[in-house]
Design a protein around this ligand. Structure first.
Ligand SMILES: [Zn+2]
Length: 340
């Protein structure tokens, strides 16, 4: 029996379906609806910087004079009514440590997976997903960053279905035509795709979870502007694949984040801020004095209210040891720098 050849230049078995197996043309109105919803989200989230609440998604936006909700109350898979195609999918927020930590990890090819609704191949939601795949429709993925709060990731595409595992393969790139889905992908393609997953999902979701846990304040100085805050990793992700948990993070303003990452300051497992000796000895203007030197010896001033979200003492200890052991770069006064 002859197997169909998928778009990826690889044989597609009977239980795997690629999006080129039975290509169908999407309806123009469906495409317009998706396009309009993505524009609305872009504006609403300031180009993806802000999260969006369930209530706004349920109210939806106005399209050709009709309100169109972007998310269903119960289901993770939301179809665009009248077209029989899946429009948005949702990954619900899970509190750190409560569930398998890395079920959002990419597959062997570096691409993420999205589970069917239940196990029924012909469930209307699964058929809607399949239709979106064969029509190559751009979709929206809502990732929970807090109960009822989501980060919107779009456009995404379903590029294959693994029926035995009851899941679809999701691509976040526009480069999907270049290489195979499945275990055969080259290391280069895999790492490129994983980089995209990190950049488009893992880092932003980690950022929003951490900044939210710290109620939009720098742990050291209390800076309350989201634009000036980062989510710093305490230790680099050991698992390159998943989203780091909040206890491996600190909400820090740009200055304190940079100072932390360059070992100008450390945070002890007892939550005390310690500046490197040469930084303490120098004197270089008001930001330096108040922003950095005043923090020396202080405890972290702003921490999550929930115990389960507090920075992990063991991770802090590991990082603090590195800070204490880090070599101090030689201080070079200007007369040496400019002498010829
Ligand atoms: Zn700060």
């Amino acid at each position: 029996m002859r197997h169909a050849r998928g778009h990826y230049g690889r044989k597609v078995g009977k239980n795997e379906v690629s999006w080129n197996d039975s290509p169908m043309l999407p309806s123009i109105e469906d495409l317009e609806l998706r396009n309009a919803s993505m524009n609305w989200l872009r504006e609403r989230t300031r180009d993806g910087e802000l999260s969006v609440h369930y209530i706004e998604l349920a109210e939806g936006f106005s399209f050709q004079g009709v309100r169109r909700p972007l998310k269903d109350r119960q289901r993770g898979i939301h179809s665009s009514r009248g077209f029989g195609t899946a429009w948005t999918i949702t990954t619900t927020y899970r509190e750190d440590g409560r569930e398998r930590p890395y079920d959002d990890a990419p597959g062997p090819d570096g691409l993420l997976r999205y589970q069917w609704q239940g196990k029924d191949h012909d469930h209307p939601s699964n058929r809607a997903l399949r239709n979106s795949m064969t029509q190559k429709l751009p979709m929206i993925w809502f990732w929970g960053v807090a109960p009822g709060e989501f980060r919107a990731i779009f456009p995404i595409f379903l590029v294959a279905e693994e029926q035995e595992k009851h899941q679809f393969v999701v691509d976040l790139n526009d480069q999907w035509e270049t290489a195979a889905v499945g275990a055969e992908s080259s290391e280069l393609v895999k790492s490129y795709r994983e980089g995209t997953v990190r950049q488009r999902i893992h880092q932003p979701v980690f950022r929003q979870r951490v900044i939210r846990a710290y109620e939009t304040q720098c742990a050291i100085c209390g800076m309350p502007r989201a634009e000036l805050l980062d989510a710093a990793h305490i230790v680099a992700d050991k698992e390159p694949d998943g989203i780091a948990s909040v206890p491996n993070g600190l909400a820090l303003c740009k200055i304190h984040h940079s100072a932390y990452d360059h070992d100008l300051l450390g945070v002890s497992p007892e939550y005390r801020v310690v500046l490197r000796d040469d930084i303490l000895e120098a004197s270089d203007g008001p930001v330096y004095e108040h922003g950095l030197k005043d923090a020396h010896g202080q405890s972290l001033r702003f921490l999550p209210r929930r115990r389960s979200l507090l920075p992990d003492a063991a991770l802090l200890a590991q990082r603090f040891d590195n800070f204490l052991a880090a070599p101090v770069p030689p201080h070079r006064p200007p007369d040496i720098l400019f002498k010829r």
